[in-house]
Ligand binder design. Structure first.
Ligand code: SF4
Length: 338
């Protein structure tokens, strides 16, 4: 029976790039799903494949030269292999993207109103007056003061926080069913970050859309997401609800990420700051084994040569790590100090 709540199903998605240094496996066989009204956070360090995942879903990866395989089903329609024309009907209309850098998303030569009108003209069957009114309403919705006046102003007349809010208005204008937000608050200062996050939550609650929120910041995940997938070197290494992930992180990488987050506490107590030693391996130099093995305290010989399978430890909590195949190892790991 078809699950009517399911909006997106990604299965074994692989996005590879051919480079002079070899094949870069930016995304390497990831699977996940998203239901209506849900927010899924994709978390990991930069270069782990989060943004390429978003671009692959949106059809923004040029194929060829890149190679994209697997399946991305959005509302029952397969997106992998879809023509550019068909993608254009979906992108911006049913799936919108909010980018990290608000400044670069706007053309400095056109007013905010002109740029939002362009989107309205392409995607919506509204008259000019109706479109203008809807744009002004959407600016008001994202708390832009004096939206009628701002409509005729240029991007350089706005602050970074204001532009980011306008980008959210732009993404919401066609009432998309899925929003992909790629580090939407990274370029903003902390106070504005909090305002933008509150706004996104407020809007999502009111229109019940689904969202994939890409971030490297676990603090943001705790505030905004229902479920979290932790990515490392092109793979998803742990999948859990937000509560499970924070209360019972399983993968050594997730544990390291969470420990690095509480560094302020360590500082206060005069202890050394914990961090994940080493570096993410280059995507052109992945070994056949667990990609975290060179940084993992628990790595065994098997880990160096064999990719760990994804194991479900409890409902909705999955981890790709050999430790969870043996109870004695799990016990040692659970009791280990960071
Ligand atoms: Fe560490 Fe091995 Fe688990 Fe990878 S599979 S995270 S190397 S214990």
């Amino acid at each position: 029976m078809t699950d009517t709540r399911r909006i997106l199903t990604v299965e074994n998605l692989k996005t590879y790039f051919k480079t002079p240094n070899g094949i870069v496996k930016a995304v390497d066989g990831i699977s996940f799903h998203l239901d209506k009204g849900e927010t899924l956070a994709l978390v990991g360090e930069s270069g782990c494949g989060k943004s390429v995942t978003a671009q692959s879903i949106l059809g923004l990866i040029k194929v060829p030269p890149a190679k994209l395989t697997g399946s991305v089903v959005f509302k029952g329609q397969e997106l992998v292999g879809l023509s550019d024309d068909k993608y254009r009907d979906i992108r911006g209309m049913q799936i919108s993207m909010i980018f990290q850098e608000p400044m670069s998303a706007f053309d400095p030569l056109y007013t905010i109103g002109q740029q939002l009108m362009e989107i309205a003209k392409v995607h919506m069957p509204w008259s000019y007056q109706e479109a203008k009114q809807r744009i002004i309403d959407s600016l008001r919705l994202v708390h832009i003061p004096e939206p009628e006046k701002r409509y005729s102003e240029y991007p350089h007349e706005m602050s970074g926080g204001m532009l980011q809010r306008i980008m959210i208005a732009m993404a919401l204008l066609p009432s998309p069913e899925l929003i992909i937000a790629d580090e939407p608050t990274t370029a903003l200062d902390v106070t504005i970050q909090a305002q933008v996050l509150n706004l996104m939550q407020e809007l999502q609650d009111s229109y019940n859309g689904s969202m994939i929120f890409i971030t490297h910041d676990l603090g943001i995940v705790a505030e905004i997401a229902d479920r979290v997938h932790v990515m490392y070197a092109g793979k998803i290494v742990e999948k859990a609800s937000v509560i499970d992930l924070f209360e019972n992180p399983l993968h050594p990488y997730t544990k390291g990420l969470l420990t690095s987050r509480v560094k302020r506490e360590y500082k206060k107590e005069g202890k050394d700051l914990p961090y994940i030693k080493g570096h993410v391996p280059k995507a052109s130099e992945f070994s056949t084994g667990c990609r975290f093995h060179s940084r993992c305290t628990y790595a065994t010989e098997t880990c160096k040569t064999t990719m760990p399978p994804e194991i479900e430890t409890e409902k909705g909590h999955r981890v790709a790590c050999f430790l969870f195949e043996r109870d004695d190892l799990v016990e040692n790991f659970a009791n280990a100090k960071p």
